[in-house]
Design a protein. Structure first.
Length: 320
């Protein structure tokens, strides 16, 4: 009987939540669904000509991928060394990163690959570059707690934002974010000499911020979540086009991580949605369901992407 009652209460609670926040969508189309289409006069797609990685950029990425190997504490190749995968951004990236780390541990991925959670709550791109920042001190502590050094960090995954830009119009907001990313990437190049690839994801859907009678940071609400997809797109395109200040010689190699923004409950063409049971209280910190959903997206991306699939070669066949 008690199980029956518990089940009824669960579905009542779910139903109440859904009545408040079901059908939460924007007028925006996910950038991956905008191939040959435009937003504010700009053509979508992850790259200049659609969703496929341009051949020259891909070849460069594959060259870097061959350099992702176990290294000792001084950064020298060592069959018994480690490969550090560093997660950067703010709290949402940290939450997803921790769940992702548990996934690869459960899957039996080679222990040479170590996930380091350097992402920190409330610390956006600007917090990572301000002169008085302690962000990188905390990153160093996280690396040391894993028994690694900066010289062993070879892959970075980022999902962040530029909070101060939220009142700016679309084009200005994206440029503000690109400028911040450039400074962060310069810092990464300085701090992590062995880094080969920096994967950058956009932000999750932010349409539930401030909904369901739960306060949330208005600075991160839509449309800034959607605009950030364009920030990442144009940042990567600057490197592809070898714009001065963003060239392969000046910044680490960058490319897309998994896309996280989707149009709420409507989703994207691949069926990826984000609802109130994913978003959690305040609409910014994902629930356990949402964290699992994003981590699975990250896991599937890294296990299938040509840059990184070799790192997951020891995954149990039942989990591939």
């Amino acid at each position: 009987m008690k199980y029956w009652i518990t089940g009824i209460l669960f579905f009542i609670c779910v139903g109440m939540t859904r009545r408040i926040c079901d059908h939460n969508v924007t007028d925006y189309t996910p950038i991956t669904d905008l191939v040959n289409l435009t937003f504010s006069g700009y053509t979508g797609g992850l790259y200049p000509d659609g969703n496929d990685i341009p051949a020259a950029h891909f070849a460069n990425g594959m060259t870097h991928a061959t350099q992702i190997i176990p290294r000792n504490e001084t950064g020298q190749a060592d069959a018994h060394g480690k490969i550090g995968l560093l997660v950067l951004g703010y709290s949402t990236a940290a939450m997803t990163g921790r769940t992702f780390s548990e996934m690869i541990r459960y899957a039996g991925v080679d222990t040479a690959l170590q996930v380091i959670i350097g992402a920190q709550g409330g610390q956006d791109l600007r917090a990572m570059i301000k002169p008085e920042t302690t962000y990188w001190d905390s990153v160093d502590a996280a690396i040391q707690n894993k028994g690694l050094t900066r010289e062993q960090v070879q892959i970075i995954w980022m999902s962040s934002g530029d909070i101060a830009a939220y009142t700016l119009p679309f084009a200005e907001q994206t440029q503000h974010g690109i400028d911040a990313y450039q400074q962060v990437l310069l810092r990464i190049r300085q701090l992590f000499p062995a880094v080969q690839i920096v994967f950058i994801s956009d932000r999750p859907y932010a349409g539930f911020i401030g909904k369901n009678e739960q306060p949330g940071p208005k600075e991160l609400a839509e449309p800034s979540g959607y605009y950030h997809s364009w920030t990442v797109k144009w940042l990567i395109e600057k490197q592809i086009q070898q714009v001065p200040g963003f060239t392969y010689a000046e910044l680490p190699f960058i490319d897309w991580g998994p896309t996280l923004w989707t149009n709420g409950t409507f989703g994207d063409k691949r069926g990826y949605t984000w609802d109130c049971l994913d978003a959690g209280k305040g609409g910014i910190h994902a629930t356990s369901k949402g964290r699992m959903k994003e981590a699975a997206r990250l896991y599937n991306y890294f296990t299938k992407h040509p840059y990184t699939t070799q790192l997951f070669s020891t995954v149990s066949p039942s989990l591939k």
